[in-house]
Write a protein that binds this ligand. Structure first.
Ligand SMILES: Cc1cc2nc3c(=O)[nH]c(=O)nc-3n(C[C@H](O)[C@H](O)[C@H](O)COP(=O)(O)OP(=O)(O)OC[C@H]3O[C@@H](n4cnc5c(N)ncnc54)[C@H](O)[C@@H]3O)c2cc1C
Length: 390
C-alpha cells in the first residue's frame, strides 16, 4: 500500500483533511483504532464557528447541517440568575451553527466512503516511522495481521491521547500547559433546552451551561471538581443543581427528561510548539487542547487541516515548500488567540477555589462590564463566532 498522505485518526481533523485533500486531487488513507459506529456516536463539541460552517457547506458536506443544525445569533450570560443577551448578529453581522460534532463526523465519513476514500477502522498498534526522510511509513495491526504503507507525509490527527505527538523525538517539542482546578459534569438529555440560545450561567454555586443539540435534546453542564465522582450524582441531584444554577426561574424553565449520557470532563489548556517535525504534521487536539467554555476545539482542528491542505496543494502543484515550512506559524497565530479566549471565558465564568472575596467581586464586575459595554461585548462576540480566517 502507498498513498500521498497517511492520516492517523478519524476525528473531525483527520476526516476533514482527507475530504479537503480529495477535492484537491491528493490521495490519502486514514487509520482509526475505533469502529465506525463508535466514532459516529462519540458526543463532544456542538458549536461550529461561522467560517467553518461555511467551509463544510462550500465543500459539499454541509447539506444535513444546513437542514438540521440550529443557527444561533447570540448567547445569554447569567449573573446570579439575571440573564443578559450578547447579540452576535447585531455586533458582528454573523452567528454560529449548533450541530453535533458526531453529526459532522457522520457526514464526513459518508462523503469519504461515497467518493471511494479509504478509512481503515478498528486497527491497533499504530506506529509512525521515517518521517525525517521522504518516505514515511505507518504500521498497524488489522485482524491480528501487521500491515504497513508508505506515504509522502503523515498527518497526526489522533487527538490528545494519540501516538503521533509522543513519536516526535525528545527535545523537538516545547509544551505549554495550564490545568484548571475544576471540570464539567455533563449530561445529554431527552428534554427541550431552557432557552433557544446557549445560557452561560455564573452563580455562587458554580458555573452552569445550558446548551442543546436540537429542540428536543439538551446538553447541560455543571462546574464540578476535576475528579468528581459521578456515583455521587444521581439524575435527580443533577437536575436540582442545574435548576438552581439557572436562577429564580430555573424550576419553571428547565424541563427534565431521560438522561442519555453522563460524564465528567477535566479542563486543560495545552499547546505544543512546533506542530511539525520532518514530514510529520500534527493537527487538532494532537497539538493543542482548550477548555470547552469557548467552544473552540473542533473549530481549531478544522482550521489546522485547512492550512495543511493548502500547504500540500502548493507542494504537489509546484514543488514549493514555503507553506509547509510555515505551517506551525500559521496555525499557532490562530491557536493562541483561541487559547486566550478560552482561558478568559473559563476564568471569568467559573468559581476558582483559590480565589478570595476580592476575586469574586472583580469577576462579577467583569461579567457586568462584558454584558453592558458595546466594546466589550463586541470583543466577546467576534471571538465566539470565530475570528476571520485567511
Ligand atoms: C465535553 C466536550 C465538549 C466540547 N465542546 C466543544 C465545542 O462546543 N466546540 C468545539 O469546537 N470543540 C469542543 N470540544 C473539543 C472537540 O471535541 C475536540 O477539539 C475535537 O474532537 C478535536 O478533533 P480531532 O480530530 O483533533 O481529535 P479527536 O476528535 O480526538 O479525534 C482523534 C481520533 O484519533 C483516533 N485515534 C487515537 N489514537 C489513535 C491511534 N493510535 N491510531 C489510530 N487512531 C487513533 C481517535 O479514536 C479519534 O477518532 C469539546 C470537547 C469535549 C470533551
Amino acid at each position: 500500500m502507498r498513498t500521498q498522505v497517511g492520516i492517523v485518526g478519524a476525528g473531525p481533523a483527520g476526516l476533514m483533511l482527507s475530504h479537503l485533500l480529495a477535492r484537491l486531487g491528493i490521495d490519502s488513507i486514514i487509520v482509526e483504532n475505533r469502529s465506525r459506529a463508535y466514532v459516529e456516536a462519540r458526543i463532544r463539541a456542538g458549536v461550529i464557528e461561522n467560517w467553518a460552517a461555511d467551509l463544510l457547506a462550500e465543500t459539499g458536506v454541509g447539506a444535513r447541517m444546513q437542514r438540521e443544525g440550529l443557527v444561533h445569533e447570540g448567547i445569554e450570560i447569567g449573573l446570579h440568575g439575571e440573564r443578559r443577551r450578547i447579540d452576535f448578529k447585531r455586533l458582528t453581522g454573523r452567528g454560529i451553527m449548533v450541530y453535533g460534532q458526531h453529526e459532522v463526523v457522520k457526514d464526513l465519513i459518508a462523503a469519504r466512503l461515497a467518493a471511494g476514500g479509504k478509512i481503515e477502522f478498528e486497527i491497533s498498534d499504530t506506529t509512525v516511522h521515517d518521517f525525517d526522510g521522504k518516505q514515511p511509513k505507518i504500521r498497524f495491526k488489522k485482524n491480528g495481521q501487521v500491515q504497513e504503507f508508505s506515504c509522502d507525509f503523515i498527518a497526526g490527527c489522533d487527538g490528545f491521547h494519540g501516538i503521533c505527538r509522543p513519536s516526535v523525538p525528545a527535545g523537538v517539542i516545547t509544551e505549554y500547559e495550564r490545568v484548571y482546578p475544576f471540570g464539567w459534569l455533563g449530561i445529554l438529555s431527552e428534554s427541550p433546552p431552557p432557552s433557544h440560545e446557549l445560557i452561560y450561567s455564573y452563580t455562587e454555586r458554580g458555573f452552569g451551561l445550558y446548551s442543546m443539540r436540537s429542540e428536543t435534546i439538551s446538553r447541560l453542564y455543571l462546574q464540578c471538581a476535576p475528579d468528581e465522582d459521578l456515583a455521587k450524582w444521581p439524575d435527580e441531584k443533577i437536575w436540582q443543581e442545574l435548576k438552581r444554577r439557572l436562577g429564580p426561574d430555573g424550576e419553571k424553565i428547565l424541563k427534565t427528561g431521560k438522561v442519555l449520557e453522563k460524564g465528567v470532563t477535566a479542563m486543560r489548556s495545552f499547546v505544543i510548539e512546533p506542530m511539525q517535525t520532518g514530514r510529520l504534521f500534527l493537527t487538532g487536539d494532537a497539538a493543542h487542547i482548550v477548555p470547552p467554555t469557548g467552544a473552540k476545539g473542533m473549530n481549531l482542528a478544522i482550521a489546522d487541516v485547512l492550512f495543511f491542505s493548502r500547504a500540500l496543494d502548493e507542494f504537489y502543484r509546484s514543488g514549493k515548500t514555503a507553506l509547509l515550512e510555515g505551517y506551525t506559524k500559521k496555525c499557532l497565530a490562530r491557536v493562541w488567540k483561541a487559547q486566550r479566549f478560552s482561558w478568559w471565558m473559563t476564568s471569568m465564568l467559573h468559581l476558582n477555589p483559590a480565589d478570595n472575596a476580592f476575586d469574586r467581586r472583580r469577576q462579577f464586575a467583569e461579567l457586568d462590564y462584558v454584558t453592558t459595554s458595546e466594546a466589550a461585548s463586541k470583543s466577546l462576540a467576534e471571538n465566539y463566532v470565530g475570528l476571520p480566517i485567511d
